[in-house]
Write a protein that binds this ligand. Structure first.
Ligand code: NAG
Ligand code: NAG
Ligand code: NAG
Ligand code: NAG
Ligand code: NAG
Ligand code: NAG
Ligand code: NAG
Ligand code: NAG
Ligand code: NAG
Length: 438
């Protein structure tokens, strides 16, 4: 009798706990329940079954499920998976601190959509001094995998409308716009298969992150309002990152396609496609007085760059009161560039420092061991016959810059011109100084 009572009590307590534990509309399915996992679309060819958490989707665009999402992330943390189901939308209307992750998978088959409550997000966000960046959420920790065929939707239209006519570089600008995906203090992060749509500002920014990879991702930003286009929606930006890999990815946005910023090392890019972008750009670095910035060991291969402002670019600051550092060991190989204003650029007199000034205050960012190999296609003709423009500061370190198999034509006429100013040593192709260019 006594035993029975205790047994009943225990059972009552455990099931009571479990009921409290699961929030409304959520489920937790054990890894071994293969058929249930199959039914909800969580059985994946590549990723072995795990304890899988689902949460309720949003009923409409105002139905904020950020509390459910955070609960789901916590339940899936330490070896599980959060599944966001196909055909469902999950609206996030509150900022989220996801800095505590450790061995988690997020399978995104549906859509995560941020609210466009500009007023809320401008008062509630995570802020980074670097270029006055803000974000909806911060992902941090280790062993984080995000995969699926779903969409991360920044819902940027309202932001584009409201920002129209303003400039991010305007020192008086206080209209900050959130970054769609940001990692900070993270190690081993992979993102695969998803679409990233209409970020209000940069699409991806990685800070203090080691070993992050993107594979088979599509990044797109567009506006339905011709007088308010997306701005500064860069594909990839990084700061203090070691190990950055982007493969098999397509980016169609009106700003940098791939642009590692200060202290990014060990970069690998392969099979990247960029349309309408400002190119694949190392830097700019060396902007801030007294600060040392490095970009080193980058291998960029098989990139297609269409309809862009720039193609393959390196940029380091010069002038008074700037920083120092190096851009070293960067290879661009097998790059197809079409209809692009500045197909190949090396600018060690950034930003717009004229020749006199650049000689007087040369860049303190050393540019060394740069390879451009098999770069072909067409310019837009915006720079006349110039298709490659390499401008180093006189009196700065700029050496071991090697070009081979360059075949870029200009609609402005032939032969196309390669400008080389201030580079030490032979660059491997014939070139001329800007002063003698036609
Ligand atoms: C970075 O994350 C680790 C845990 O992964 C934590 O111990 C450390 O405090 C974090 N560092 C910062 C600066 O937040
Ligand atoms: C388009 O953007 C402009 C500039 O912000 C704005 O004045 C206008 O109301 C927007 N149009 C629509 C239909 O939202
Ligand atoms: C180069 O990248 C494109 C995608 O932009 C891809 O279709 C093609 O197969 C890649 N080429 C090689 C040799 O991998
Ligand atoms: C690339 O962008 C142009 C606009 O500049 C657009 O017309 C074209 O459809 C895009 N290409 C693809 C394959 O999406
Ligand atoms: C880059 O790393 C150096 C240390 O090597 C550090 O002093 C500097 O502040 C970093 N730059 C930025 C912009 O964080
Ligand atoms: C240059 O960078 C590549 C990675 O892109 C790396 O494999 C190679 O070891 C680096 N070279 C040197 C001399 O460090
Ligand atoms: C730049 O080159 C100079 C001259 O070789 C060297 O003394 C300096 O250490 C280099 N700077 C960096 C950050 O590598
Ligand atoms: C170069 O820039 C400096 C500083 O901005 C300016 O004072 C100077 O007039 C410029 N020189 C030429 C030739 O444009
Ligand atoms: C350069 O490209 C053009 C256009 O694709 C091609 O006709 C020409 O043969 C190429 N030249 C060389 C030297 O590869």
């Amino acid at each position: 009798m006594k035993f029975l009572t205790i047994g009943a009590l225990l059972i009552g307590t455990v099931s009571g706990l479990a009921a409290d534990h699961i929030i409304q509309g959520a489920r937790i399915i054990p890894a071994k329940d293969t058929s249930a996992l199959q039914r909800i679309g969580a059985h994946h060819q590549k990723y072995p079954d795990r304890r899988t958490v689902t949460i309720r989707p949003s009923k409409n665009d105002a139905d904020d499920v950020s509390t459910d999402f955070l609960w789901g992330i916590k339940q899936a943390n330490h070896g599980g998976r959060l599944l966001l189901q196909k055909g469902q939308t999950y609206v996030i209307g509150k900022k989220l601190d996801l800095s505590f992750l450790h061995n988690i998978e997020v399978q995104l088959e549906g859509e995560i959509k941020f609210t466009d409550d500009v007023k809320y997000w401008q008062a509630n966000h995570f802020y980074y001094d670097f270029q006055k960046s803000i974000t909806f959420w911060v992902w941090g920790g280790q062993d984080i995998k995000i995969f699926g065929k779903g969409t991360l939707n920044g819902n940027g239209q309202q932001w584009y409308n409201d920002f129209a006519g303003q400039e991010i570089l305007d020192p008086d600008n206080t209209f900050y716009r959130p970054i769609l995906f940001l990692t900070d203090n993270a190690t081993r992060v992979s993102v695969e298969g998803i679409t990233q749509l209409n970020s209000p500002c940069w699409t991806n920014f990685f800070v203090r992150t080691n070993d992050i990879s993107f594979d088979n991702v599509f990044i797109n930003a567009y506006s339905t309002n011709a007088s308010a286009l997306p701005k500064n929606t860069d594909g990839f930006d990084s700061l203090n990152v070691n190990g950055l890999t982007v493969t098999n990815t397509r980016v169609d946005i009106g700003d940098d396609c791939f642009s590692p910023k200060p202290n990014t090392t060990n970069i690998f890019v392969q099979n990247l496609w960029c349309n309408n972008t400002h190119g694949v750009s190392m830097g700019s670095i060396g902007q801030y007085s007294g600060v040392k910035d490095i970009i080193e060991n980058a291998y960029i291969e098989n990139v297609t760059l269409l309809n862009g402002q720039n193609g393959a670019r390196l940029k380091a600051w010069a002038g008074q009161d700037v920083g120092y550092g190096r851009i070293n060991n960067i290879t661009y190989r097998n790059i197809r560039i079409e209809n692009t204003d500045n197909p190949v650029v090396l600018d060690q007199c950034y930003f717009d420092v004229n020749a006199t000034e650049c000689a007087l205050y040369p860049s303190q960012v050393n540019v060394t061991n740069i390879v451009f190999d098999n770069i072909y296609g067409t310019s837009s003709g915006a720079e006349g016959k110039v298709v490659v423009d390499l401008t180093c500061s006189p009196n700065a370190v700029c050496s071991d810059v090697h070009l081979s198999q360059i075949n870029i034509t200009s609609p402005a006429g032939s032969p196309a011109e390669i400008i080389c100013d201030g580079i030490h040593g032979d660059i491997g192709v014939s070139c001329q100084s800007s002063s003698s260019s036609s």
